[in-house]
Design a protein around this ligand. Structure first.
Ligand SMILES: Cc1cc2nc3c(=O)[nH]c(=O)nc-3n(C[C@H](O)[C@H](O)[C@H](O)COP(=O)(O)OP(=O)(O)OC[C@H]3O[C@@H](n4cnc5c(N)ncnc54)[C@H](O)[C@@H]3O)c2cc1C
Length: 405
């Protein structure tokens, strides 16, 4: 068994790293230290959906009630609309048991709620990882501020441009997808009267627009996906003019309701979208990956953070069953074997969802696109929302126990 004397470092204090810290402390009972490069924990001023598959994990970790109280549960299912606002189909928003629903979260609220569950002494800010050196047993971490420290294991939750990933294998870097999003939040009081408290996605030629409520319905999140040949070898996000965004959805080919939503926006910023082929290997001895570091994916299924939350539960379950410190590499291999399959499906599905939203799907065959979105809705409820990361990891452990290590 691993124990409180097993020292595990988590690189990255984002939503993935903080959830991993909670899960590893509460489920595996190990001694966790989170290293974050920034001088304070924070997130961009935009929204994120905590989906039922992640809500189930957060419930098992004892943090769901707080998160739900800060977020916004929609009034019912969301809708997919064509460019003029015609209904294509409704969207899945809860699991089959109707126990967990989508929760729209303002990102700074979610990071704050997760951080509040981690002992502040276990979070070391201003520590930018430079390198990971494998030792006979464990790893030596070197930070840009000159600190060096040894741990029994390290988890790379350091996002899309992960440094830890380089210590796992010769993986290619994520690539720019050719799309940017305009993102931001708008005060709900600025929206037209009786604006529906649900998620809505308008799908038009080469672009789409999504919005949903956040923060006890006081805010609405928006994400507008647009093709762009903006070179992204420099910064991959920045501030933008609302007029640029409005111009992308102007004219009589777009729903006037959508245009009235855009007219209420005061501020926006752009963000480059990166994609990654599923990695072939997530772990190397006592080093493993979690969240975007392991499975950067396009945001079109809203599953990036949700998968990081599932990863955290699976990792904690496998680590809790490890045969002491020497058993950690095997626990990490087992974790990766289970999680790589799951996240590869979502990486590929997110790419496909983007092509659907932007009417680029199957050579712009919109009838087929609409039929496939309807099928996808049921898949989303069953295969994505009903997934129980803890149960799947426990079942896998039973199978692995029958195979000699
Ligand atoms: C437009 C858009 C909408 C999205 N919507 C959703 C959604 O609705 N639902 C969803 O589930 N996902 C969504 N996502 C995806 C989601 O934002 C990411 O998957 C998620 O933020 C990844 O979390 P993470 O903790 O793995 O990485 P990050 O959030 O990137 O955190 C990594 C952390 O590591 C730190 N770090 C990096 N390098 C180092 C280093 N060398 N040393 C120390 N610290 C380091 C960083 O400062 C950061 O704090 C969306 C993404 C976009 C772009």
């Amino acid at each position: 068994m691993v124990s409180q004397s097993t020292r595990v470092a988590i690189i990255g204090g984002g939503m993935g790293g903080l959830t991993a810290a909670i899960a590893l402390t509460r489920i595996a009972g190990v001694d966790v230290t989170v290293f974050e490069q920034a001088s304070r924990l924070g997130e961009v001023g935009a929204g994120v959906t905590v989906a039922p598959n992640a809500a189930r994990v957060l419930d098992a970790l004892g943090v769901l009630d707080r998160i739900r109280s800060l977020g916004a549960v929609p009034d019912g299912h969301g809708v997919y609309l064509d460019a003029m606002g015609g209904l294509v189909t409704d969207a899945a928003w809860e699991d089959s048991a109707k126990r967990y629903q989508n929760i729209g979260m303002y990102r700074p609220d979610l990071i704050g709620a997760l951080a509040a569950e981690v002992d502040p002494e276990r979070i070391r800010l201003g520590h930018r990882l430079r390198s990971v050196e494998p030792l006979g047993s464990g790893v030596r971490l070197a930070f840009e501020n000159g600190v060096e420290e040894d741990f029994d294991a390290v988890i790379g939750a350091d996002g899309i441009h992960s440094v830890v990933r380089k210590s796992v294998d010769q993986h290619p870097d994520p690539v720019y997808s050719g799309y940017i999003v305009y993102r931001g939040v708008v005060d709900a009081s600025r929206l037209p009267e009786n604006w529906p408290m649900i998620s809505q996605v308008w799908m038009g030629d080469s672009r789409h627009f999504m919005c949903y409520p956040l923060q006890q319905r006081k805010l609405f999140n928006f994400v507008a996906g647009i093709p762009s040949d903006r070179p992204l070898n420099g910064p991959w996000s920045g501030s933008a003019e609302v007029s640029e965004l409005a111009a992308e959805f102007a004219g009589d080919g777009w729903d006037p309701r959508l245009q009235s939503f855009i007219a209420a926006i005061e501020r926006t910023f752009w963000w480059g979208l990166f994609d990654h082929e599923p990695l072939t290997n997530w772990s190397n001895g006592p080093i493993t990956l979690l969240g975007d570091a392991a499975h950067t994916m396009l945001p079109h299924q809203g599953q990036g953070v949700n998968q990081a939350i599932e990863d955290s539960m699976a990792l904690a379950t496998f680590l809790a069953a490890a045969d002491g410190v020497d058993g950690i590499p095997e626990a990490f291999r087992r974790y990766a074997a289970v999680r790589m399959q799951r996240t590869a499906i979502l990486q590929n599905g997110s790419r496909r969802a983007g092509a659907m939203f932007d009417a680029q799907y199957e050579f712009a065959n919109l009838e087929k696109r609409d039929a496939d979105i309807r099928v996808g809705r049921d898949f989303r409820r069953g295969a994505v929302f009903d997934y129980d990361a803890q149960k799947v990891a426990e079942q896998a452990l039973t199978r692995f126990r029958r195979i000699p290590a």
